[in-house]
Design a binder for this molecule. Structure first.
Ligand code: IPD
Ligand code: CA
Ligand code: CA
Length: 253
């Protein structure tokens, strides 16, 4: 099986686990400031690891719930449940996010929304798809027409910086959305449903998978200050590419 086939199989297995646990009594704990973890995060991670290790026992796995790997060779970067706060509230917006890095380069991304059964998938150089249909970013030309999403950082200083960025953008764009899953939001930019997305405190597993999908759908990613993007950087501005320079200008005003 190819990397993308295994990523899809793993994402679907983790998504089924999350769906099955959603209506039940959940074990919800606090693991940090404004940061929750549930039984579903851990069970979904177990599903991902079982599928990946079953097919590729020698690949590294870096995953949010305590799994670390080096940078050498092939490394799977996993967010078993992106949108845990939503999940804990039964707010139906969360996803499983998988990125595969080979010798430092992102090569495969899969994001699965188990509620809507939407599977976003991309391989570097081979385009991006949603349930098999080709994905393309929006054609919105002017910032004033842009639907821009963000999610809110947990730490006070990062959240304040984000609110300041939001204020700066607010007079230049159409309006804002926030869905609570960074991975899903980035895929929505890839699908053209959102024109842009920004955050200033993400983790590698939030963005590794969706970044491949966004790039293959024609989108652009930089740091919030316009610096070159890397999946280990906390800040990101994602857009349909056309809007990127205008949004960066607005952020500087
Ligand atoms: C979080 C979500 C959220 C973002 C947070 C992330 P988690 O991931 O993507 O939208 O604002 O910064 O940590 O903890 O639910 O996997
Ligand atoms: Ca996450
Ligand atoms: Ca998570």
């Amino acid at each position: 099986m190819s990397l993308i086939e295994v990523a899809v199989e793993a994402a679907r297995a983790a998504g089924a686990e999350i769906n099955q646990r959603l209506p039940q009594d959940r074990d919800i704990r606090t693991k940090g400031f404004r940061d929750l973890v549930t039984d579903a995060d851990v069970a979904a991670q177990d599903q991902l690891v079982a599928v990946i290790k079953g097919r590729f026992p020698h690949h590294g796995i870096c995953s949010e719930e305590g799994l670390q790997a080096g940078d050498q060779g092939t490394v799977w970067v996993l967010d078993p449940l992106d949108g845990t706060t939503n999940y804990a509230h039964r707010y139906p917006a969360f996803s499983v996010a998988i990125g595969v890095v080979q010798d430092g380069e992102l090569v495969v991304g899969v994001v699965y929304d188990p509620v809507r059964q939407q599977l976003f998938a991309a391989e570097r150089g081979a385009g991006a798809r949603l349930n098999g249909d080709t994905l393309r970013v929006s054609q919105t030309q002017a910032p004033i027409d842009a639907l821009v999403a963000l999610d809110f950082a947990r730490e006070p200083a990062a959240r304040a910086a984000q609110m300041a960025a939001m204020v700066r953008l607010s007079t230049h764009i159409s309006t804002f959305r926030s869905c609570g899953s960074a991975a899903l939001s980035l895929c929505y930019v890839a699908a053209g449903w959102l024109d842009a997305y920004f955050h200033c405190a993400l983790c590698p597993w939030d963005v590794a998978g969706p970044a491949v999908i966004l790039a293959e759908a024609g989108g652009q990613l930089t740091a919030l200050d316009g610096a070159p993007w890397h999946y280990q950087l906390p800040s990101c501005l994602a857009s349909n590419r056309v809007l990127h320079a205008g949004l960066l200008d607005a952020l500087r005003t």
